[in-house]
Design a binder for this molecule. Sequence first.
Ligand code: HPA
Length: 280
Amino acid sequence: MPTQFSLQEYDTAAAYIRARISQPPSVGLILGSGLSPLAEAIEQAVRIPYADIPLFPLSTVEGHAGQLVIGQLAGAQVCAMQGRFHLYEGYTPQQITFPVRVMRRLGAQKLVVTNAAGGLNPAFRSGDLMLIEDHLNFVGMAGNHPLYGPNVAEFGLRFPSMTRAYSPRLRALLLETAAELGIPVQQGVYAMIAGPSFETPAEVRYLRSTGADAVGMSTAPEVTVAHHAGMEVLGISSITNEAVDALDSVADTSHAEVLKTGAEIVPRLTRLLMGVLGKL
Ligand code: HPA
């Protein structure tokens, strides 16, 4: 597997997909752990297994189906990733973000990213939704950055600004929609760690001190690449568990809990996202 891709390679994958769909997507949608059922709401869906798409990585983690679902959701033409790629699976940040650039080449101008995350903010409860205002890309800051390597100028600048990576317009739209639907939404900063281990209690206390409200193992690379390519980004975390911050805590974090709470949040998240998509 190459660790960096040329424009031609993104276009090879995009051409394969384009030949199988009738309308290009305007919105990319990434579904996180336990959130795959959301793709079932997509109508007139064309499903393309990742394994069939040239150069596409394969999803290896339980709870991630591994296919693109392209069709209509609340009147928007979407390309959903049912299952995403993570650094802890052994992929490079360039592989993780490959599908985002392919969606961009297909014509998507917006990216909606969901994930499962642990709550760091003491006010957050398991089952909450958090609108992502900003992120801390610890993995990228430490050198595992998806824009490493030659800049592909067709996508964007060598040194992209990240000041408004999470679109202020889409954030306002989400809050407005949530209020109309009576769905409570928290807001905060998402911290990305590499995983696959969950945090130690000391790491949880450290992350809290950095200003993070939620922690997870994804999202920052995809958002960075989407923003670099001029896409409007909306990010939502499902708070699937409360991060454990003390050695003597009786609580513990597990993937089973993440999937279970994620599944419980799906109906609410689906209503919220469909409400937002209907306004795009
Ligand atoms: N930590 C990191 N990633 C996660 C968590 C967590 O507590 N919950 C879901 N994804």
